[in-house]
Design a protein around this ligand. Structure first.
Ligand code: AMP
Length: 606
């Protein structure tokens, strides 16, 4: 790995980078910086946000700028005001020890006269959004006749946002001799056409594979229904105790609604979208950067300029209209050496889009089950215990109260004390999730559950379907059925696929390799459930429309007689509604924190 000095940057720049904590160049910096210093050839860089692309194009420009001249020598175009401001600020930081270098940032929605005054004072580097840049060119406040570098940052986003004409106008008024540096996370045909029309035999550099998501990001999807989408989002926030995430929505309205609901339910959240004033947006972003809010609900455009490196998750509440935008969203996590998770909530109709994204990012998604109440409680409880372990005790300040506290608690032994303390903190939470329902849309997924009780993975082959003679009327639900299967100790960590709970009997799938093991275990253990002897049977024929094998089995028959076919058809109906009703997550609908002072409120107090 080389150093910044070895890439050809002068000591003044290196010193500024050290101040910023940049120890070594990133991949894109290693490739782009020496190239732009050594050659005037145009450059096409495949780099998404988080790869260090801003320094990759800014540093070689700062290195070579003619600081004796006040002419504008570099114009950097960026899709949003926030990103432009960020780039401007980075350039100031990078050139901290070269005071002659001036940078002006220009963008819409702000006083143009001030920007004109700043340009008149002379700036070697101008960073701007396309619309305002064109406006300033037309007013002759921005002169591009001496331009040596044009940077198109996030070119795909600028085109997505409809800035094609503005890009054309800027590129056309810059000298032919300029060097064009085009940075884009994705290269749809519109970006390629800009490259073709305006770049001369460009050198290509990449920060990884083209269009590929960062390696530091894992991609997961959760299968939900429209009724459970929000509840699933809350459970994801609940199970990840230290979540610091952006939740992406498609529209401003959806963004505001999700944020309002989260705030109402006691989460540390806020909204960021274009209907807010600039001052409001700045305020929200500032709070999020300082981590005084943990969950930011945002539209793609509004979140664009937010420079945050430590996001634990990106959550796609809804997938973006343009699949390519998924790369931008997911690239907001797993940055600067951190790992991140990009989560997508999809309903059964949207599921096909996952495959399309996989093709673009060249990575597989993992299907993950919406966490159960038990799983959430376990995580939260352990989080609480970790906090207890790590809390610093300020003996000096509590000293005077301790004797009377010790006296009061004298009768309790260690175990009792721990139990009481944990219950005090946790009772509300436990009761909130006690009857929490399964939120997975099992109707369209095989494999929403895993017998290990951990987050399940999708199984779509090699499963055997079993009939079991207990159902909803026996108080069976998917969690209990999984527990029952586990209790038979067929093998460690057996995979369980689709589960269909019907009125008086049910079906489940397990790994085909354990089909005879399962039969034997149930046979040997004689399990009981709710006072009934439990039997299972393979239903291969049932799948083909048969089911005859069960017919002769006494324990499966109803007292009132009647064949399985008939009972099954009525049960099928109730089975469907069973599955539907399972998706309603009543506890989540009641705002837990209003009553319980659950952890969401504690978060806000933090
Ligand atoms: P960017 O891709 O330009 O948005 O940069 C992503 C983040 O990485 C920014 O917060 C930068 O400050 C940071 N960064 C860029 N280059 C380096 C580096 N060489 N070492 C450490 N952090 C960096």
């Amino acid at each position: 790995m080389s150093t910044f000095l070895e890439l050809g940057l002068k000591e003044e720049i290196n010193k500024a980078l050290t101040d910023l904590g940049y120890e070594n160049p990133t991949v894109i910096q290693e490739k782009a910086i020496p190239q732009v210093i050594a050659s005037t050839q145009d450059l096409k860089a495949f780099a998404q946000t988080g790869t260090g692309k801003t320094a990759a194009f800014s540093l070689p420009i700062i290195e070579q700028i003619d600081r004796g001249s006040k002419n504008t020598q570099a114009i950097i175009l960026s899709p949003t005001r926030e990103l432009a401001v960020q780039i401007g600020k980075n350039i100031q930081d990078f050139s901290k020890y070269i005071p002659e270098i001036k940078v002006t940032t220009v963008y819409g929605g702000a006083n143009i006269d001030e920007q004109i005054r700043s340009l008149k004072r002379g700036s070697q580097i101008v960073v701007g959004t396309p619309g305002r840049t064109v406006d300033l060119i037309k007013r002759r406040a921005l002169k591009l006749g001496n331009i040596r570098w044009v940077v198109l940052d996030e070119a795909d986003e600028m085109l997505n946002m409809g800035f094609k004409d503005e890009l054309d106008q800027v590129l056309e008024v810059t000298p032919e001799t300029k060097q064009t540096l085009l940075f884009s996370a994705t290269f749809p045909k519109e970006v390629e056409s800009i490259a073709r029309n305006y770049m001369d035999n460009p050198v290509e550099v990449t920060s990884g594979q083209k269009n590929q998501g960062a390696d530091s990001v894992n991609h997961e999807y959760y299968l939900v229904t429209e009724r459970t989408r929000y509840a699933a989002l809350k459970r994801i926030a609940d199970v990840n105790t230290d979540i610091y995430a952006i939740v992406f929505c498609r529209t401003r309205r959806e963004t505001q609604e999700v944020a309002n609901n989260l705030i109402k339910d006691g989460y540390s959240a806020d909204a960021l979208h274009g209907d807010l004033s600039q001052a409001q947006r700045d305020g929200v972003m500032d709070k999020f950067r300082k981590k005084s809010i943990q969950v930011l609900v945002a539209t793609d455009v509004a979140a664009r300029g937010l420079d945050v490196n430590s996001l634990t998750h990106v959550i796609n509440h809804k997938l973006p209209d343009q699949i390519e935008n998924y790369t931008h969203r997911s690239g907001r996590t797993g940055r600067a050496g951190n790992k991140g998770i990009s989560i997508v909530l999809v309903n059964s109709k949207e599921k096909g889009r996952i495959r399309a994204i996989e093709r673009i990012i060249k990575k597989k998604f993992e299907q993950v089950a919406v966490p159960s109440g038990k799983e959430i409680c376990q995580n939260q409880l352990m989080h609480l215990i970790d906090k207890v372990q790590n809390v610093e005790v300020n003996t000096k300040d509590i000293e005077e109260f301790l004797p009377s506290i010790y006296e009061k608690l004298e009768g309790l032994d260690r175990e009792e004390l721990i139990q009481k303390f944990v219950s005090l903190e946790f009772n509300n939470f436990l009761s909130y999730y006690k009857n929490a329902q399964d939120l997975n849309d099992l109707s369209s997924s095989r494999g929403g559950s895993s017998s290990s009780g951990s987050r399940g993975r999708a199984r779509d082959e090699n499963m055997t379907r079993f009939f079991i003679n207990i159902g909803r009327k026996d108080n069976l639900n998917p969690a209990r059925l999984i527990g029952l299967i586990n209790d038979q100790r067929i093998t460690d960590n057996i995979d369980i696929g689709a589960i269909d709970i019907l009125d008086t009997f049910s079906f489940f799938e397990i790994d085909k390799n354990h089909e005879s093991g399962a039969l034997e275990a149930f046979e040997a253990n004689h399990p009981e459930f709710n006072g009934r002897n439990v039997n299972i049977e393979i239903t291969k024929k049932e799948r083909d429309g048969g089911g005859g094998r069960r017919r002769g089995k006494k324990s499966f028959g109803n007292k009132d007689g009647g064949g399985f076919g008939r009972r099954r058809s009525s049960d099928r109906k109730s089975g469907t509604s069973e599955r539907r009703s399972r998706t309603a997550d009543r506890p989540d609908r009641n705002s837990k924190d209003k009553k319980s002072g659950g952890f969401g409120r504690r978060r806000r107090e933090r």
